[in-house]
Design a protein around this ligand. Structure first.
Ligand code: 5GP
Length: 198
């Protein structure tokens, strides 16, 4: 799966901690980063774009792809499938660094490929109630979906230990800087590399 000097960065967090905003900010600033676009059976939200946020496919198609062993990892989350396609990753890693916005289950599976240059970062909020407010403000999910995501918080954070770094996101700018430092330090120590921001 992996060759060259490109790295893979996983950002996981409970829903609503700001992961999507952060992954987009990293991609905007560092031209070499691409976000891995997952396949999912979840219906698109009104602001989501096919092929940008996800590839939206049916349960039937997803299960056929599982049978054909097309995913490096997939998980069932909130009654839907989410998965990372092998062919997409294999193509991207030849030219780019890759950012994964995947959950702890996917992180565990990718960790098993021990030849990967992989950094695993877990984002958390110190204020659980604030999380509910953010999910409500985001207003992209039904009330039921918001509750499901909020209630998964405790289960989700049990897995923080599987990550290389835990970052508390109380301030998006500070958090972004911390992630930048982790990535640049990793590149510097692994490849003796100085990365140019756009
Ligand atoms: P959402 O429905 O809010 O977009 O995402 C729900 C959860 O699915 C998030 O925690 C997100 O990180 C995770 N997720 C998205 N794509 C994948 C994937 O390909 N694999 C796994 N394991 N998790 C994913």
């Amino acid at each position: 799966m992996h060759d060259g000097e490109n790295i893979m960065v996983i950002l996981s967090s409970p829903s609503g901690v700001g992961k999507t905003t952060l992954t987009k900010k990293i991609q905007q600033k560092y031209e070499n980063f691409r976000i891995s676009v997952s396949h999912t059976t979840r219906p698109p939200r009104s602001n989501e774009v096919e092929g940008v946020d996800y590839y939206f496919i049916s349960h039937k198609k997803f299960e056929e792809m599982i049978k054909r062993n097309e995913f490096y990892e997939y998980a069932r989350i909130f009654d839907n499938y989410y998965g990372t396609l092998k062919s997409n990753v294999d193509k991207q890693i030849k030219k780019n660094d890759i950012l994964f916005d995947i959950d702890w289950q996917g992180t565990k599976k990718l960790s098993k490929f021990n030849n990967l240059k992989l950094i695993k970062i877990y984002l958390i909020t110190s204020d659980k109630e604030e999380l509910r407010n953010r999910l409500l403000k985001r207003d992209q999910n039904s009330k039921e979906e918001i509750e499901k995501r909020f209630n998964s918080f405790d289960e989700n954070i049990k897995h923080w230990n599987d990550y290389d770094y835990i970052i508390i996101n109380n301030n998006l700018e500070v958090c972004f800087k911390q992630i930048e430092e982790i990535i640049l330090n990793y590149k510097k120590t692994t490849f003796n590399y100085s990365h140019k921001a756009q």
